[in-house]
Design a protein around this ligand. Sequence first.
Ligand code: ZN
Length: 403
Amino acid sequence: MAQNYVVTRSASVGLLSSSPSEYTRVFLFVGVAGIRYLGGHSFQHPCDKISPRSPAVVLSPAQQPIVTPKIPSNRKLFNSTSSDKVEMSKMMKVLLAVVLFVVPYVAAHIETSDLEESVHLKLDKLLFFKRKPGKNTVRTGSKDALYSYDGGPGTSNWDGVCSSGTKQSPIDFKPEETVAVYRRVLRFHGATQIPQNTNITNSGHSIKIKLRTQKPITVTGGVFGSKVYEFQQLHFHWGKNVNEGSEHTIKTKQYPLEGHLVFYKVGSKDPTTEPDGIAVLGVQYEFFRKDNIILEPIIKSIGQVTNPGQFVVKSNGFPLRDYLPADLDTYLSYTGSLTTPPCTEGVTWIVFSDKQSVSERQVSQFRTMKDDIGLKVEYNFRETHPLNGRQVHLVKSSERVVA
Ligand SMILES: [Zn+2]
């Protein structure tokens, strides 16, 4: 059985470190581990094997048990009367496998909204599958984040702060409501490092990118002053045709694609509930006849992550700086909310004036991903919300530092 244990263990490592995967595989692994355990098979560690050098095989005949139905392991000889301890040991190995491999895996890949839930894993999501709603079910509610855009521009069916909040995002930027201010430059750190790998995940509502880097990627300065924010993930919003897509609009004009770089305040105990815990940097894309090469690895991966929870991990990839526009010195900024449930308010928004480019073909690829009821996500932008007296700044900076 020792060999079986090794095979199972290495299979689990392989499962977690390579190729696109699904939750079912992970739970299959747990299931197999559980069945092996409950079926009474021994999870004997390779070290438990009798070795010629082991004192276990040189006991005098008088010390040997009269009946030995099973070959005793070394561990059993040291504790020959305590089968409870052996049982506990088996149990601990199963638990260890779950804690070491399954929990981090699920934690890293279950996402339901713009929030970064790897930090705040919901145990109910890990342990229980929710029954899929029917195709015509209107899904509302921020509690389990089973939301959709099929209420039309009517994401008004989202509940909680999404419908009651007065500082919601996105907004339409109107020049007459914008005040020009000067701030120190935004200072990025770690934004130019080549990531060790790039994780591309179908979050159920968008395509989400995470970069694994040696050093954290942070931003400070500009409208953040001395506060430092650390990069978490990047995701996109698009529309069902060439005339829509971006969440923020400029004089009611919608762009075909908008990228959101989500940052959390460094040193915050729970950035998702603190008033200034979250910052989102918005990058809008304009159509261009040529493909954007920075987006190509993502576009090419969408076919492999069609279903929610599926992901691919590519070694290296582009540094975060490449997803930002060339000019970082001019941007619109205001205080708003997450644009997906739970629509948490207090989010510091930056939407850069400079744009990136995307081809029609690339945007059309985003529309092929599917949501949690198997429908293609043809669009995932929220309608704009009233300012309700909030101040919008057009920020200009005189110099730029990206290190
Ligand atoms: Zn977003």
